[in-house]
Ligand binder design. Structure first.
Ligand SMILES: Cc1cc2nc3c(=O)[nH]c(=O)nc-3n(C[C@H](O)[C@H](O)[C@H](O)COP(=O)(O)OP(=O)(O)OC[C@H]3O[C@@H](n4cnc5c(N)ncnc54)[C@H](O)[C@@H]3O)c2cc1C
Length: 414
């Protein structure tokens, strides 16, 4: 029997960590308060893209700030009370938009994305669901020449990291995606990138694979984590439900912040909330790959259920009720670009992107807490980077030198 580990959280990050630690011979129990893949990992846009090396806090953010602070764009909303209570996080986030940190972050995220893509391909094949993966990349759409010029910083970053791209004129775009209305003057096709048609189903299939290989899945609504002589105990909503193991991995996505407070860790994490809605097919040809309308502030992804529209950022508390007016606005912009059919869901889905001030996840052991491991803070790119996260965590938990992964060390904020 290998060493016992509890992985807390069965989103894509926790599930990938559980599979990797199991592959390394550990005796893993995966714990969640619901079935795997019901939260953030269910509702995202399903894009696995090399272009995701661009964090939201890049040096161009300063120029955009006056417009974003007006709080009326489709791309970015905030609740003033939340921002006022989290000014420290906001200042820290902005401070890390400076060029030196940005370069470091882009390089770190690029390495994580590169590590993850082949791992996803392996896991998809092992889970028997390779058909869910498209290798057709995704397309950034620009409504004006000025918007295209405004993307110069991103394009330079892609070139620096050898992200394969192709600039498209309107005729080339129409050939690739005839479903789009001719309102875009420019487009950038991000190649060498992937998407899936149901990220929640992928997460659940990975969890099934973990169980088929002998892993244990437990239902527990964790209320606290505490250290005891033998290691770590996860307390649940009733005393008999507690679980203990020498090693514990916290992979609770946005809920990591509140649960880690019970161990005395105050994570500087903010919630970049986002919404989704599915639409039936409209008249005319279908969209064949995800597109990001940079002016419209939404992503449209073809999914098994229909066309999924996902919104930009709403900076707000994790648990306050949904405010789907951002989705309504994104929908009206999307209808300018595509003949969308009727709404398919009774209400908008709400998710939370868990974001640390440098837009990098934490992967590794918590300082001064031996046996407590963190895999969290994956902001906009957790679906794509979960398998790379798992690989790094597996190496670190097997005693590897952490120097190559310093960019992700938890000690930078704890
Ligand atoms: C609108 C939107 C679009 C996105 N698009 C993309 C994209 O295209 N590509 C990409 O790579 N990423 C995307 N992301 C980001 C990505 O979805 C997240 O980074 C990722 O899903 C985070 O995974 P996770 O496993 O850390 O968290 P989650 O999936 O949220 O999992 C956390 C788990 O913890 C469990 N849990 C919480 N509290 C407790 C408790 N007390 N006890 C027990 N269990 C608990 C939950 O039930 C849940 O299963 C998007 C996010 C949003 C919101």
């Amino acid at each position: 029997m290998g060493k016992q580990v509890i992985v807390l959280g069965a989103g894509i990050v926790g599930v990938c960590c559980a599979l990797e630690l199991q592959r390394r011979g550990m005796d893993v129990t995966l714990v969640d308060r619901q079935e795997p893949g019901q939260e953030t990992s269910h509702g995202n846009a399903g894009v696995l893209a090399r272009s995701s090396l661009m964090p939201f806090n890049h040096p161009g953010l300063w120029r955009q700030l006056p417009r974003l602070l007006k709080n009326d764009t489709v791309q970015f909303r905030y609740r003033p009370g939340y921002l006022a209570r989290n000014l420290g996080w906001a200042a820290s986030f902005l401070w890390r938009a400076r060029p030196s940190v940005f370069q470091e972050t882009a390089a770190a995220l690029d390495s994580l994305i590169r590590l993850s893509a082949p791992e996803h391909q392996r896991l998809l094949a092992e889970a028997g669901i390779s058909h869910r993966l498209r290798d057709t990349g995704w397309i950034f759409l620009f409504r004006s020449e000025a918007a295209w010029q405004g993307s110069a910083l991103s394009r330079a970053a892609y070139a620096r990291h050898q992200v394969p791209t192709q600039a498209l004129d309107p005729a080339e775009l129409a050939r690739l995606e005839p479903a789009l209305a001719p309102i875009f003057t420019r487009a950038l096709w991000i190649q060498g990138s992937y998407s899936v048609d149901d990220p929640g189903a992928v997460t659940r299939a990975y969890a099934d694979l973990f169980q088929r290989r002998g892993g244990t899945l437990r239902r527990l609504d964790a209320t606290a984590i505490c250290r005891d002589g033998a290691g770590w105990t996860v307390q649940g909503d009733h005393a008999s439900a507690a679980l203990a193991a020498p090693d514990l991995v916290v992979a609770l996505g946005p809920w990591s912040k509140s649960l880690l407070k019970t161990t005395g860790i105050d994570l500087p994490m903010a919630f970049e909330r986002g919404y989704h809605m599915h639409y039936g097919a409209g008249d005319g040809p279908a969209l064949t790959r995800p597109v990001y309308d940079t002016g419209g502030g939404y992503v449209l992804s073809p999914m098994a259920r229909g066309l999924r529209l996902t919104t930009g950022v709403e900076l707000n508390d994790c648990e306050t009720p949904a405010r789907p007016d951002q989705l309504d606005l994104a929908e009206s912009r999307a209808r300018e670009a595509l003949a969308l059919g009727a709404r398919l869901d009774p209400q908008a889905w709400l998710g939370r992107r868990p974001t640390l001030p440098d837009s990098r996840p934490m992967i590794g052991q918590a300082p001064r807490r031996p046996g407590l491991w963190l895999a969290l803070g994956h902001q906009h790119i957790g679906f794509s980077t979960a398998p790379g996260t798992a690989k790094i965590l597996g190496e670190l938990m097997s005693g590897a030198d952490g120097t190559p992964y310093r960019a992700f060390r938890p000690g930078r904020f704890i």
